[in-house]
Design a protein around this ligand. Structure first.
Ligand code: NAP
Length: 306
């Protein structure tokens, strides 16, 4: 595979950045990768894993980079940008992986040097694990990465960034920031909040003991716990930075929940059956689109998590 960028800098060295480094090495699509993380612990771990050339400041990591990717929680984008902006190379592409887009654009743009191409992005891939040890080269295989080029963006640079993500195994799409934030509120942010709530409810319910909740979790609860184990810093920032879209979807969710509650109270089985038939079709659509396995119970082996 030809080299797409001679030098790529990753700011933040957690799950997402380490997976980018490993996937880029697998593809052979970059010359050198530099990186920086806030704590010396994370930098030492990244060195031990030989993820990339680890620098002791963010400015040193981005110097001479042709592509810089901000891989920090969305609440940290502003301070990171203030630090790296003076060191960005003229003509470089600056991108990010943040889970919200309007807020990241608002944080980055005030610091953006005129000579730098800013192309926000969001790979729709992740796990409940975080940190540099959590990364793996296959994370982006057959997943989507949404590019959010601003109006008037250089189309050659957008195509080059898309090629980079294709080399990492992903498919790409383009959206505007507003629409991205609404789509993600439906597909990711509201579901995470609902999972956090369900796990919190089980934890608070004194009539069912903690040991019962854990012992009988295969009945459905454990699938919520996987999502609810996601990184607290990242998810705090997501909700604080995609407030409007998340609140809109949660409003709709609450209305539907009330309607289902009423159907249960009134014994309206037709309503429940029709509703569950409609939702089952969504699951079939996800499998047909290759975004999950068709195997029962997510392909877990009987009796054990896979
Ligand atoms: P992560 O594993 O927790 O890693 C975050 C990295 O950012 C760490 O290296 C951390 O450094 C660094 N960092 C945190 N605060 C910082 C600050 N104030 N200044 C400088 N560096 C800072 O997180 P992740 O899962 O890779 O997520 C990174 C980004 O990807 C987030 O914006 C998230 O919204 C987005 N994203 C996540 C997922 C997912 O499922 N995880 C999916 C798609 C997109 P230290 O370790 O030194 O603290």
């Amino acid at each position: 595979m030809p080299v797409i960028y001679d030098r790529v800098a990753l700011i933040g060295l957690g799950l997402i950045a380490s997976s980018i480094a490993l996937a880029a090495k697998r593809a052979g699509c970059v010359g050198e990768i530099t990186g920086y993380a806030r704590s010396s612990d994370t930098r030492d771990t990244a060195r031990e894993l030989d993820l990339c050339t680890v620098c002791d400041t963010a400015a040193a990591a981005v110097r001479d980079a042709d592509l810089v990717i901000l891989c920090v929680p969305v609440g940290a984008m502003d301070s990171v940008m203030a630090e790296i902006a003076p060191a960005l190379k003229a003509g470089a592409v600056l991108s990010d992986v943040g889970s919200t887009k309007l807020s990241v654009i608002a944080a980055v743009e005030p610091h953006l040097p005129e000579s730098v191409h800013f192309i926000p992005a969001h790979p729709l891939a992740g796990t409940e694990h975080s940190g540099p040890r959590a990364g793996f080269a296959e994370l982006y295989d057959n997943r989507w990465c949404i590019l959010v080029p601003p109006e008037g963006a250089d189309r050659d640079q957008v195509a080059r960034l898309a090629d980079f993500w294709h080399a990492l195994g992903a498919n790409t799409d383009e959206m505007d920031a507003d629409h991205h934030d609404l789509v993600l509120a439906v597909t990711s942010h509201a579901p995470h909040l609902i999972a956090y709530t369900m796990v919190g409810v089980a934890d608070d319910l004194s009539r069912v003991t903690d040991s019962e909740v854990i012992k009988y979790s295969a009945a459905g609860f454990r699938d919520f716990t996987r999502i609810a184990a996601s990184d607290p810093t990242m998810w705090r920032d997501v909700f604080l930075h995609n407030k409007d879209a998340t609140l809109e979807i949660l409003g709709r969710f609450t209305e539907e929940l009330f309607a289902l509650q009423r159907a249960i109270r009134q014994g309206d089985g037709d309503h429940l059956h029709a509703y569950f038939t409609r939702t089952r079709a969504i699951r079939r659509g996800i499998i047909e689109a290759g975004q999950d396995t068709d195997a029962p119970n997510f392909g877990r082996t009987p009796g054990g998590a896979k």
